[in-house]
Design a protein around this ligand. Structure first.
Ligand code: VAH
Length: 314
């Protein structure tokens, strides 16, 4: 039985569908701080959960006799910069509760880190798996502290913690909220609705990105990997591609020739993006658990436009 927090979030909502397909609907307990009238809530067990409430989390894990906890609830980078103290309490409070519950109930534990765990002094090209991490955002500080805490719970208490440093994730089911890489998602919605997009990041801002289906497969593959082969645990660099706004706009133009993009740079999110790598090295994930991707910019763009057309136009 797998308990998932943040099940109504950008990753969570699709992770629930993926896990229920892989392991059966009743094996996946979706939890979130609010409810909704959608497949996540109606397609299998759902519980309201505020991850800052340890007792509530404990009770749900006990009620379902869970053996795995996937902790997805967090405030993303731009949102976290608006409310850094709230971000610390939610991002770190939720993680500590999750790790404690995993320790007490001997759960396998997954939580994502991010390319946001790197900072301005980190090498920006082919960022290594093991390198300097001095992020300058509250979100990045949460992610580095989270990586260290997850490794501590593995080495000190034997909790089977595993994680990946996700790049920007592009998806069409649940729009992201408060992320810096969200431009790469918003651009598709705007292209279909109005044929144009105003980017809040400037031309030439390279960041790693990945299409959501590849991200979900990476989580399943890592959690099912042979632990004897894992040299690293929290958290593996994973990426599918690296691009800058002009490149994704050009790819969209191949399908929507009248699409136009202009710029209105948001200094806060530009500063966050500038502090992150341009492209990271995922060789450790490939070597230790066979990480692979099946979508590049061209196939992602084609699929996003096709799938979004049906959801937006319906
Ligand atoms: C964000 N989408 O923008 C998240 C992610 C690497 C980016 O951490 O904050």
């Amino acid at each position: 039985k797998i308990v998932v927090t943040g099940a109504l979030g950008q990753i969570g909502s699709e992770l629930i569908t993926k896990l229920r397909k892989e392991y059966g609907a009743d094996s996946v307990i979706a939890t979130d701080i609010r409810t909704s009238d959608n497949e996540v809530v109606n397609g299998g067990p759902f519980e309201l959960l505020d991850v800052t409430n340890a007792e509530e989390m404990n009770a749900i894990v006990k009620k379902y006799n869970a053996d795995t906890l996937m902790h997805m609830a967090a405030l993303l980078s731009a949102r976290a910069e608006q409310t850094p103290q709230l971000a610390w309490n939610l991002n770190m409070g939720g993680l500590v509760n999750g790790l404690e519950v995993a320790r007490e109930h001997n759960l396998q534990f997954f939580t994502p880190s991010s390319i946001g765990a790197f900072g301005p002094e980190t090498p920006k090209a082919d960022t290594p798996q093991d390198t300097l991490q001095r992020p300058t955002t509250m979100y990045g500080i949460n992610k580095v502290a989270g990586e260290l805490l997850c490794d501590y719970y593995y080495s000190r208490f034997g909790v089977d913690t595993r994680g990946v440093r996700f790049p920007g994730l592009v998806s069409y089911v649940t729009p992201p909220g408060g992320g810096t890489t969200d431009y790469a998602v918003e651009i598709f919605y705007e292209a279909l609705k109005g044929g144009r997009y105003t980017s809040f990041l400037k031309e030439g801002t390279y960041m790693d990105m990945m299409y959501m289906p590849d991200a979900l497969q990476a989580i399943v593959d890592l959690m099912e990997a042979d632990p004897a082969k894992l040299i690293h645990r929290n958290a593996f660099n994973v990426t599918a591609m690296s691009f800058e706004p002009e490149q994704i706009a050009a790819e969209i133009k191949k399908h929507l020739p009248f699409f136009e993009m202009d710029y209105n740079v948001d200094p806060v999110r530009q500063a966050i993006a500038d502090s992150w790598p341009n492209s990271i090295d995922a060789s450790a994930a490939r070597a230790e658990w066979g990480f692979k991707t099946s979508h590049d910019l061209s196939s992602m763009t084609e699929d996003m436009l096709k799938k979004l057309k049906t959801t937006i136009m319906s």
